[in-house]
Design a binder for this molecule. Structure first.
Ligand code: ATP
Ligand code: MG
Length: 198
């Protein structure tokens, strides 16, 4: 017999860079689902972004650590960046369920954009058996939930934060500020390592 004693959110992302949209989403899901912890998992080689230039994984990992360091419930996992090859969510969940053990219930947090592609993901049935899925909406991304097994998926509206990593990168490239869109330490990290310049 096993008892669930820990509820853990899993927030996967490229985090190139991590921004306040990600952090608010994690915080909202944690509050709504009474999570003990949210583990941020920067992707290794994101398969859906193959061909696009993504910053070095160590930069993305360190920015995620900096952004989450002050929150006692937020942690960062190297599971995806240390696993060779492309990142698939099913592998992430397998690794984390193994690491956290049977007494932990996982909640996979994902944006509406990704959730609507979920039915095309690899091993979707196995994924739904390993975690409860929480789809978060953000401005400009309507949720199309047709075809999703609703008992395995919850939806949560996040206070409007029209921030995206794409926009943050474009702003840095154009010499515009990203203060208050990303945590202060991440602004400084981007400047120090000259990320997202032309
Ligand atoms: P990019 O613009 O490069 O695609 P992104 O801002 O979407 O980056 P990701 O690292 O791809 O950031 O996002 C990780 C997860 O966080 C995804 O599931 C995404 O949908 C979600 N997310 C991103 N921005 C927000 C936001 N402002 N509010 C809520 N969820 C978000
Ligand atoms: Mg995205």
């Amino acid at each position: 017999m096993s008892f669930v004693t820990r509820r853990v959110g899993v927030m996967g992302g490229t985090f190139d860079p991590i921004h306040h949209g990600h952090l608010v989403a994690a915080s909202e899901v944690a509050a709504k689902f009474a999570l003990d912890e949210v583990v941020f998992v920067p992707t290794g080689q994101p398969y859906h972004k193959a061909g696009k230039t993504v910053s070095d994984k160590e930069h993305r990992y360190l920015m995620t650590v900096i952004a989450t360091a002050s929150n006692p419930r937020f942690t960062v996992s190297r599971a995806d960046i240390d696993r060779p090859g492309e990142t698939y969510t099913v592998d992430t969940l397998r690794e984390l369920s193994e690491a956290y053990g049977e007494d932990t219930e996982l909640f996979f947090i994902t944006g509406a954009d990704a959730l609507t592609q979920i039915i095309n993901w690899k091993n979707v049935d196995e994924m739904f058996s390993m975690a409860h899925f929480v789809g978060v909406t953000r401005p400009g991304h309507e949720l199309d939930i047709e075809g999703l097994p609703m008992q395995a998926v919850s939806l949560l509206q996040i206070p409007a934060l029209a921030i995206s990593s794409t926009d943050c990168r474009a702003r840095v490239q154009d010499g515009l500020p990203v203060w208050y869109l990303v945590p202060d330490g991440v602004v400084q990290y981007i400047a120090k390592h000259e990320l997202y310049r032309k």
